[in-house]
Design a protein around this ligand. Structure first.
Ligand SMILES: [Zn+2]
Ligand SMILES: [Zn+2]
Length: 287
């Protein structure tokens, strides 16, 4: 047995036993980085397995296409399976690497360097896909200026708006001009008594896209920050699954559903974090 395979067996065991806790996912990511540096054929073979395990289906497929022996029936079969996944989903549902505090700080820096406004209730809107980047730039319907970052999540207004820039959302101008909102004000947790906060959330914060009705969680008398789309795998990898289950919002049956949820699947979870005590909470819905 070669060294790479030995190492892979050693690392995938805790990953399977814990169903992917943060330590096991970080260790696999470190191994992936190491293998990617290697030109060794055996290292590349194991890298296919690591990609596959972490959900990088497109990378696994592309690499196996390069190195796989097509006269081997097992390899051909695997190529077929990976091809299906890869064409449907690419690397989109790869397990996220748990971020270190330093990495989180760097992301905030990048957002600030782009001259973009901060949204306390939606701190990483590029990461969640609420904004997308355009190389050529698009014209914001609201201010008429060219923007390289444009809004893609729901905006509820009578008029059909193609593009909004971050500044027009943050200033409240887009909501004012089109009498619109980014979040339904009946589809939120109770318990926030400051109307200013409601105004900021529904008129000056990028929203999120749900299967059905978008819903925003609140905690400690304030709305929470939306962190992104997750399933049980992602919650385990972030080490917050137990925390989100400890929530009076959910009964036992719903807790079981959260533990079965798959990011991008029929049962989708939306992850939030309290701005005051740091507690993680989820919302879930169905397609
Ligand atoms: Zn604008
Ligand atoms: Zn709290």
């Amino acid at each position: 047995m070669n060294e790479y395979l030995k190492q892979y067996i050693k690392l995938q065991k805790p990953f399977r036993v814990t169903q992917g806790n943060p330590d096991s996912v970080c260790a696999l990511y470190a191994f992936k980085d190491e293998l990617e540096q290697s030109e060794d054929k055996q290292a590349k073979e194991i890298l296919v397995d690591v990609y596959d395990l972490l959900g990088f289906k497109k990378s696994a497929y592309d690499l196996l296409c390069q190195i796989g022996d097509r006269s081997d029936k097992k390899i051909l079969k695997r190529l077929g399976t990976l091809k299906d996944y890869s064409e449907k989903w690419g690397n989109h549902y790869a397990l996220p690497k748990p971020k270190t505090p330093e990495e989180k700080w760097k992301e905030k820096e990048r957002w600030a360097q782009l001259g973009l406004p901060a949204f306390q209730y939606h701190p990483d809107p590029l990461d969640t896909g609420a904004f997308e980047e355009s190389q050529e730039g698009v014209v914001c319907d609201c201010c008429g200026k060219t923007t390289h970052i444009f809004y893609t999540a729901p905006f509820f207004s009578v008029e059909n708006i193609a593009y909004l820039c971050p500044a027009c959302i943050a200033s409240g101008e887009a909501a004012r001009k089109y009498h619109g909102s980014f979040q339904d004000n009946y589809s939120l947790d109770d318990g926030v008594d400051n109307p200013e906060k409601l105004d900021e959330l529904i008129h000056r914060t990028p929203g999120c896209s749900g299967w059905q009705q978008e819903y925003w969680r609140a905690h400690c008398n304030d709305y929470c920050a939306f962190l992104g789309y997750v399933g049980a795998r992602e919650l385990r990898a972030m080490g917050v699954l137990e925390e989100v289950l400890d929530d009076p919002m959910w009964d036992e049956e719903q807790k079981d559903m959260i533990q079965e949820s798959v990011n991008g699947g029929h049962l989708q979870c939306y992850l939030f974090q309290c701005l005051h005590c740091g507690k993680h909470l989820v919302w879930m819905d169905f397609d």
